[in-house]
Unconditional design. Structure first.
Length: 238
C-alpha cells in the first residue's frame, strides 16, 4: 500500500510540474528577451531599409570593400538575444556564404539552408520563428548560379538521371520550377530554372504560412528573391 501511494504521489508531482512548465511557457513573451528590451530593437526597421542594407553590403563585397570585423566584439552581448534584419533561405552550397555576400556580421542574418534553397515545411517553420519571435522584417530566398540540386531536378525531369537515397524527395520540390522554365523556352534552361525555383520558394512562403502571409499583408515583412553569381559575387534580384 505504501509503495502504491508513493508511486501515486510521485505521478501527481510530475503531472503538477509538467502543468507548471506549460503555464510558464505560455507566459513567455512573443519573442525571446533581449538585453535591450527597454529600447527599440535593432531590427525594428522597415523591410525596405533591411533590403537596402543587404544591397549595400553586396555592393561593398563586389567592390572589394568589405568591412573588417572583430568577430569577438560584442560576443557577450549577442549571448543575450538576437535581432536579425533578414531571414535568408539559401542553398547549402559551400560557395554561398550569406553573411560575406551581403557584408553582414554575426547576429545580422537568420539563415535557413538546404540543397537547392527549397522551401520545406521545416524551412517555413524556421522562417516563421524569425518573423514571429525575432521580429525579422525581411525574407530573402537566395538561389545561385550552376546549382547542382536544380540541375539534378532538370536531369530527372528528362529521365536522364535516376537519383539514389532521399534525393528524389528533394528534386520533387524543385520540379515545378523546372516545368515552368521549360514553358518559357529559354536559351539557358538551367539558369531560368534556378530563377523559377527562387520564385517558387517565395510563393510557397505566403501560400503555406498564415504567419508569414499575414505579416506580408500588413506590410511588416517583405519577401525578396535573388540569384548569386558564384563567379562574379553579384546578387541579381528576380
Amino acid at each position: 500500500m505504501c509503495g502504491r501511494h508513493a508511486k501515486s504521489d510521485l505521478s501527481r508531482r510530475h503531472l503538477m510540474m509538467g502543468a507548471g512548465a506549460l503555464l510558464a511557457a505560455g507566459a513567455l513573451p512573443a519573442r525571446p528577451a533581449r538585453a535591450d528590451d527597454d529600447k527599440k530593437a535593432p531590427n525594428a526597421i522597415p523591410p525596405s531599409e533591411a533590403f537596402e542594407r543587404l544591397k549595400q553590403g553586396n555592393a561593398r563585397y563586389l567592390a572589394g570593400e568589405s568591412k573588417e570585423r572583430d568577430y569577438a566584439a560584442d560576443r557577450a552581448a549577442r549571448a543575450q538575444g538576437q535581432a536579425p534584419i533578414a531571414a535568408v533561405i539559401a542553398c547549402s552550397d559551400s560557395r554561398v556564404p550569406p553573411e560575406i555576400i551581403f557584408g553582414q556580421g554575426p547576429g545580422d542574418l537568420f539563415i535557413v539552408r538546404d540543397a537547392g534553397n527549397v522551401v520545406t515545411n521545416y524551412g517555413i517553420a524556421s522562417t516563421e520563428f524569425a518573423v514571429k519571435m525575432l521580429g525579422t522584417p525581411l525574407i530573402l530566398v537566395l538561389g545561385h548560379s550552376g546549382c547542382g540540386a536544380v540541375l539534378a531536378a532538370l536531369q530527372a525531369s528528362t529521365g536522364r538521371q535516376k537519383l539514389p537515397g532521399h534525393l528524389p524527395d528533394l528534386v520533387k520540390l524543385i520540379e515545378p520550377a523546372v516545368i515552368t522554365a521549360h514553358g518559357r523556352h529559354p536559351g539557358d534552361l538551367l539558369a531560368v530554372s534556378i530563377e523559377e525555383n527562387v520564385r517558387l520558394g517565395m510563393k510557397r512562403l505566403t501560400q503555406l504560412s498564415a504567419i508569414i502571409g499575414s505579416a506580408v499583408s500588413a506590410g511588416k515583412v517583405a519577401i525578396k528573391g535573388g540569384v548569386y553569381d558564384i563567379a562574379t559575387g553579384k546578387v541579381s534580384m528576380v
